[in-house]
Ligand binder design. Structure first.
Ligand SMILES: Nc1ncnc2c1ncn2[C@@H]1O[C@H](COP(=O)(O)OS(=O)(=O)O)[C@@H](OP(=O)(O)O)[C@H]1O
Length: 373
């Protein structure tokens, strides 16, 4: 610019025009040199965050992952004109060629733009409340091919009117090879949820974490009591008439445990093979074993194994040795693994008697005995 101003003062118009052209040409050549020295991916990586999954993709030199790594650089859901789109494709080809030419020695960059696209979930943890749903989600999302919404979306029960785009907006960005997941435990007992999920996709894989319904009810009550200290006693809520052993099935903490009844509703819309049941009890005693089955069900390689877990004596639960987001061990929060309210033996026995036929029916339906006795 300074160069142009100087010429405009000192030289006649025709000379000025020539000099200005030379100036512009040299600027353009400098720009080309700059581009050759600092290839596109280096420029891009400075402008955003690189997610751990992307780091893995880039660190993995296999040719198979090369195409996926390209989508790390380009938000594929962006609204592009056809010119931008062909430019982007050309850039992708260019990047692929560069990556190949470097014989996959590219080290993972530090910063990075967003990648992948937001998709509706392929797998949902639909229940049950207090079954261990958070543990399953936190454990499965260590897997590099799984990404999950952090909070409960409640789309299919409370937020359905907001529409699928609202729901999709809550999802993390994923690569083609990755599974999108969310968990909302109330789905399992909401009448409308199965047909709504089926309307989204009949291929959705469903996970239900089940736990002894008596322990589950006590856990549920303990949680409510922690928020509402003046709550009536457990027995008052659980029984219409305790001396006659009449259970109040209208109380949610009791109703949720009628697994066979809720499952009937799901089986109208989904085949049993599309629903995986995690044992909430085994999830605590053998998290790796339960996670192996979850990975098989989702068609994933068994990457989450016992090397990811350790038993934390203070908490009394398995914790993660090295979660994806940080480099240090991590247990679930204080609201997971609380000390339960003491309930007298008689009430527990009465509830066991009440649930027994429902449990047996449930075992028959799913073809597995969870041994809740
Ligand atoms: N590893 C690990 N750490 C902590 N807690 C664990 C773990 N695995 C399973 N659980 C059990 O998960 C129970 C909470 O279940 P949810 O996560 O489904 O609860 S919620 O519905 O989302 O509120 C929670 O119930 P409570 O023990 O009654 O608090 C735990 O028993």
């Amino acid at each position: 610019m300074a160069c142009v101003l100087l010429f405009s003062r000192l030289l006649p118009f025709s000379h000025r025009l020539t000099r200005t052209s030379i100036c512009l040409l040299s600027l353009f050549l400098s720009y080309l040199c700059y581009c050759a020295l600092f290839p596109a991916y280096i420029i891009i990586q400075k402008s955003g965050d690189l997610t751990p999954s992307c780091q893995r993709v880039l660190a993995d030199g296999a040719k198979r992952t090369l195409q996926k790594s390209v989508s790390c650089f380009f938000p594929l859901d962006a609204k592009l004109t056809s010119a931008e789109s062909s430019q982007m494709k050309a850039d992708q080809r260019h990047l692929s060629t560069q990556h190949n030419a470097r014989n996959d020695t590219l080290s993972p960059p530090v910063g990075y733009v967003k990648f992948g696209i937001k998709r509706l979930p392929n797998a949902i943890i639909v229940g049950v409340k207090k079954g261990g749903t958070r543990a399953v989600l936190e454990f499965i999302r260590i897997h590099p091919d799984v990404r999950a919404a952090g909070t409960e979306t409640h789309f299919f029960d409370r937020n359905y009117d907001r529409g699928p785009e609202w729901y999709r907006g809550l999802m993390p960005r994923t690569l083609d090879s990755q599974i999108t997941m969310e968990k909302t435990p109330s789905y399992f007992v909401t009448k409308e949820t199965p047909h709504r999920i089926a309307a989204m996709s009949r291929d959705t894989k469903l996970i239900v974490v089940v736990r002894d319904p008596v322990t589950r009810a006590i856990s549920d009550y303990t949680q409510t009591l922690s928020k509402t200290p003046d709550l009536p006693s457990f027995q008052e809520l659980a029984f219409r008439n305790q001396s006659l052993g009449i259970v109040d099935t209208s109380w949610n903490a009791i109703r949720i445990g009628l697994y066979a009844m809720h499952l009937e509703n799901w089986l109208h819309y989904f085949p049993l093979a599309q629903i995986h049941f995690v044992s909430g009890e085994r999830l605590i005693t053998d998290p790796a074993g339960e996670l192996a089955r979850v990975q098989d069900f989702l068609g994933l390689k068994r990457i989450v194994t016992d090397k990811h877990f350790y038993f934390n004596r203070t908490k009394g639960f398995p914790c993660l040795k090295k979660p994806e987001s940080s480099g240090s061990p991590r247990c679930l929060g204080k609201s997971k693994g609380r000390t339960h309210v003491q309930i007298d033996r008689d009430a527990i026995e009465q509830l066991r008697d009440f649930y027994r036929p429902y449990n047996v029916r449930f075992y028959e339906m799913v073809g597995h005995d969870f041994k809740w006795e």
